[in-house]
Write a protein that binds this ligand. Structure first.
Ligand code: C2O
Length: 511
């Protein structure tokens, strides 16, 4: 194992991924942000310098569980303070999970303005043969910046110039593949490609289809799967999810092939379907290019989703269903209007950001760390005992789909209901797998539910939230305070405390 260092200036740069030029948040003067490549068990050290001038920042390592390193999780207000302009901050942790991950800002709805990128952890013992690797990212894209879009979202009046009704999330101007609308992926004939697909969306996920090249799924969210041949189905990728698939290229170079991705209209326009917004097109195209001299097939429009149920996947390690359950926690997700502003609640609590990071609270209150009261009601805290097997039941009482994510774990997904099935009936379906698939993000259907399990063996403070950025900032979030009495002598690094000072917060604990 080696140590991989990055030294990053976080700054505003100008980019025009869909032809419209706007400020985006880049790294070292570049955008798209770079891909991080490490090998399994490497140590990753990333120092950031906030040169944005006008916004605080930070980086979260989505899907990396930070075992023993809860202070490196990057969620502002939970694991650290926001890093204010002119401050630096170092993340330093071992990477002992293989597969497809990503990094993104976890500060004030910031990553849709550009601060996000792939994190690929290579494994010398990857279970399947492949010749080459490709990374593909997908996202929605907006011409206005997040602070403005969030104002629209929380506005009590209709914002007519952007087709937004009060309380509705702004509609993206376009969709991107690899932060572009004109992406050519060069391939060689007769090879097997491992394609890491990452959805870095703000709001709608995507359906992805490769013409003439069926997918075989081999990994979801860092969990290797038994090979699952998807045939010609398009692949639905929810915001923050990752899928790795194998494709085999043709034996000749006589033709190039088109790749389509379409923004998930089921998420964008509930419950009325695609509106006739003038000129709106949620499709984006890329190409598998065998020969640059050959024509590129035309773009195509589709809005169909062949729903492949990822709960049917089998993990490669066939880890057994966790049982018996020590504790069931039920999460009821609801839409609420609070003081005329669109908010979301979990069990009637809307999350509000904390000035003192909840992890720092856990480290400074001694024996009270297991008392939920010390974390503040607005963090929606759930204190878990070390080693408990937790069953999370999530009931979505809302008419939209929600990609729910938990930090610190890849949990087992026992069930996910169809749309409009109400709340979990309390008994399992007959066909719960004895070897459930593990993910860190699961798409809940509208007015539907899902049941997950995990073992509370990772001391730390971990967020549970919807990965739609509008919904995070609207409070659709809870805090899992996991085994806070087992944090041992976790010490907050000096530069993290300095960032807090610069932010206006004094930390009184172990440094
Ligand atoms: Cu992608 Cu709270 O994270």
């Amino acid at each position: 194992a080696k140590t991989v260092y990055y030294d990053w200036s976080i700054d505003w740069v100008t980019a025009s991924p869909d032809g419209f030029s706007r400020p985006v948040i880049g790294i070292n003067g570049q955008w798209p942000c770079p891909q991080i490549d490490v090998d399994l068990n490497d140590r990753l050290v990333v120092t950031i310098h906030n040169n944005l001038g006008n916004e605080s920042t930070g980086l979260h390592w989505h899907g990396i569980n930070q075992y023993g390193h809860a202070d490196m999780d990057g969620s502002a207000g939970t694991a650290q303070c926001p890093v204010p302009p002119n401050s630096s901050f170092t993340y330093d942790f071992p990477v002992n999970q293989a597969g497809t991950y990503w990094y993104h800002s976890h500060t004030q709805g910031q990553y849709p303005d550009g601060l996000r990128g792939p994190l690929i952890v290579h494994d010398p013992n990857f279970p399947y043969h492949f010749d080459e690797e490709i990374t593909m990212t997908f996202s929605d894209w907006y011409h206005e910046q997040m602070p403005t879009l969030l104002n629209y979202y929380q506005s009590t009046a209709d914002v007519t110039n952007n087709s937004i009704q009060a309380g509705q999330a702004p509609i993206p101007e376009s969709g991107l593949i690899n932060d572009s609308q004109n992406n050519k992926i060069h391939v060689k004939p007769g090879k097997t490609y491992l394609i890491h697909m990452i959805d870095m969306a703000n709001f709608p996920g995507v359906a992805v289809y490769f013409d003439g090249h069926p997918f075989t799924a081999v990994e979801v969210d860092g969990t290797y799967t038994e090979q699952h041949f998807l045939g010609d189905q398009n692949l639905r990728i929810a915001p923050a999810q990752r899928w790795s698939v194998l494709i085999t290229t043709k034996n000749d170079t006589s033709k190039n092939f088109v790749i389509f991705a379409t923004l998930d209209v089921n998420m964008l326009f509930p419950p009325h379907g695609i509106p006739s917004i003038k000129g709106w097109n949620g499709n984006t195209t890329a190409w598998l290019v065998y020969d640059d001299a050959k024509p590129l097939p035309p773009q195509k429009t589709f809005y169909s989703f062949d729903f492949f149920d990822d709960v049917a996947l089998v993990p490669y390690d066939r880890a057994p269903l966790l049982e018996p359950v020590d504790r069931r926690i039920t999460m009821n997700l609801q839409n609420a209007s609070i003081d005329g502003i669109t908010r979301f609640t979990i069990n009637d609590v809307t999350y509000l950001p904390q000035k003192v990071p909840s992890l720092y609270t856990a480290l400074t209150v001694g024996n009270y760390s297991t008392d939920p009261v010390v974390y503040g009601e607005n963090t929606n805290p759930f204190v878990l005992k070390y080693g408990e097997i937790i069953e999370l039941v999530i009931n979505n009482h809302h008419e939209n789909l929600h990609p729910m994510h938990l930090h610190g774990h890849q949990f087992q997904v026992l069930e996910r209901s169809y749309p409009d099935t109400g709340v979990f009936p309390g008994t399992y379906m007959a066909n719960v797998s004895s070897t459930p698939i593990r993910r860190d993000t699961v798409m809940l259907n509208k007015n539907g539910w899902s049941v997950w399990r995990f073992k509370a063996d990772n001391p730390g403070v971990w967020l549970f939230h919807c990965h739609v950025e509008y919904h995070i900032t609207s409070g659709l979030m809870a805090t899992m305070v996991e085994a806070p009495d087992h944090l041992g002598n976790l010490k907050i690094p000096k530069d993290h405390i300095q960032a807090c000072k610069n932010y206006g917060m004094e930390y009184q604990g172990n440094a």
